[in-house]
Design a protein around this ligand. Structure first.
Ligand SMILES: CC(=O)N[C@H]1[C@@H](OP(=O)(O)OP(=O)(O)OC[C@H]2O[C@@H](n3ccc(=O)[nH]c3=O)[C@H](O)[C@@H]2O)O[C@H](CO)[C@@H](O)[C@@H]1O
Ligand SMILES: C=C(OP(=O)(O)O)C(=O)O
Length: 420
């Protein structure tokens, strides 16, 4: 198992170009199955989940090449509608292949997806939506089989604005007969990016970014090659570097950000007393005055505060004098980092979905274990701010979502090495 070894105490400072978005790239990669043609996508992050998705696309029959953040997928020879169990289990996002495979083949077989353990993460909303589109679904021995003579547009009301369910249903409905309306849809920027990609290949999707998405189904023959598309910047990676800079009381300029997408995070950092300047696609954060605790940080679907930034913020708040309160409303079990942060001297009490954090003067280095992707990032942030040496085990989780994490932090002045 790999580990990051960090000697804390250096203030992060400098400029960094933010990677492309993991959560936008993965559904867009799944969408390439639909057009039976070539797709060229830029700004794709070189991270583990993208490589897993490439492996899956290849098994399905696609020709794929990936270099310098540019991905080329030719889906003309895709002929398989079953995703192997070992690949399904490698990440949560593998479930997003159900929609396009069902759309293209009217049948699909998958197993339950794997991924980080941050709660039960059911897929009932995805499956109910497929049933509404006319699919029959059977489950046995951990496998899910869906088939339909044809998919028919439907009115779907999601019980919760699930990101994955919204994307999966968009990906199936674009090849259904007639109009589909998804209400209480997720509004995350990654959904808008998927809509833009689908429309670029000839689909008819509108409304993404609002809670009602309308899709006019079309035939696969109408879909065409996508010769150039650039994925949006990763708002969670951007937020992570901002939180790391605040935790070390440093000064950073991030390039390649969409300010609107990171506003929910910037608002909380401003409330804490961070100095923030934005200009076009750049944001600068620096810390001049002592930071303040947050009396309420509540994770919510977009445009609320993102759950994926909850762990990095907990690490930061552990270094800020006063009492902060975090409420996690999106996932049921996303506080595993709290126990590890406590090993570093953090004062955190958990009560159901609430964490009460009393800032300490200094965190101290320790051997800790990342148990999921953002928990890993949080522990690295804590290590950067701590006195002494921290070893963060479980780099494979961090590799899922952060491109060149330790290299980037070193460029910003951090003392961090990776041991494999
Ligand atoms: C690859 C990707 O984009 N991942 C993101 C996506 O995950 P993901 O798409 O899995 O997250 P969802 O929005 O679906 O999940 C949110 C909540 O809804 C529940 N739920 C979801 C589906 C379902 O059928 N039934 C159900 O009950 C989940 O258990 C969870 O409690 O959105 C999350 C919430 O912003 C982010 O943390 C993840 O980084
Ligand atoms: C939870 C996350 O991702 P996934 O849905 O891919 O597990 C995340 O990016 O923090």
């Amino acid at each position: 198992m790999g580990a990051y070894v960090i000697v804390g105490g250096s203030k992060l400072s400098g400029r960094l170009k933010v990677q492309g978005s993991k959560n936008a790239s993965l559904p867009i990669m799944a969408a390439t199955i639909l057009n039976r043609s070539k797709n060229r996508i830029r700004n794709v992050p070189d991270i583990k989940d993208v490589h897993v998705m490439i492996d899956i696309l290849k098994v399905l029959g696609a020709e794929v090449s990936f270099s310098g953040n540019e991905l080329a997928v030719d889906s003309s020879k895709v002929s398989i509608w079953e995703v192997p169990e070992n690949l399904m289990r490698k990440m949560r996002s593998s479930i997003i292949l159900m929609g396009p495979l069902l759309g293209r083949y009217k049948k699909v077989k998958v197993s339950y997806p794997g991924g980080c353990e941050i709660g039960p993460r059911p897929i009932d909303l995805h499956l109910k939506g497929f049933v509404a589109l006319g699919a029959n679904i059977s489950e046995s021995h951990g496998f899910i089989y869906a088939e339909a003579d044809k998919l028919k547009g439907a009115n779907i009301h999601l019980d919760f604005p699930s990101v994955g369910a919204t994307e999966n249903l968009m990906l199936a409905a674009v090849l259904a007969e007639g109009r589909t309306t998804i209400r209480n849809a997720a509004k995350e920027p990654e959904i808008v990016d998927l809509q833009n990609y689908l429309n670029k290949m000839g689909c008819h999707v509108k409304g993404a970014g609002t809670d009602t998405i309308k899709i006019e189904g079309c035939s696969i023959e109408d879909l065409k090659e996508v010769d150039d598309y650039s994925v949006i910047p990763d708002r969670i990676a951007a937020g992570t570097y901002l939180a790391a800079t605040a935790a070390t009381r440093g000064n950073i300029v991030l390039e390649n950000v969409i300010i609107e997408h990171i506003e929910p995070v910037l608002a909380k950092l401003r409330e804490m007393g961070c100095d923030i300047k934005t200009l076009e696609d750049k944001v600068q954060l620096w810390v001049e005055k002592p930071l303040r605790a947050l009396d309420s940080l509540r994770t919510l679907p977009y445009p609320g505060f993102p759950t994926d930034m909850q762990a990095p913020m907990m690490a930061l708040l552990s270094t800020v004098e006063g009492t902060s309160i975090i409420t996690e409303t999106v996932f049921e079990n996303r506080f595993k980092h709290a126990e590890e942060l406590r090993r570093m001297g953090a004062d955190i009490k958990l009560n159901g979905n609430t964490a009460i954090i009393k800032g300490v003067k200094k965190l101290t280095g320790a051997v800790v274990e990342a148990k999921d992707l953002r928990a890993g990032a949080a522990l690295v942030i804590a290590g950067l701010a701590a006195v002494g040496k921290t070893v963060v085990e479980g780099t494979s989780f961090i590799d899922r979502g952060y491109e060149k994490f330790s290299e980037n932090l070193r460029t910003l002045g951090a003392n961090i090495e990776r041991l494999n």
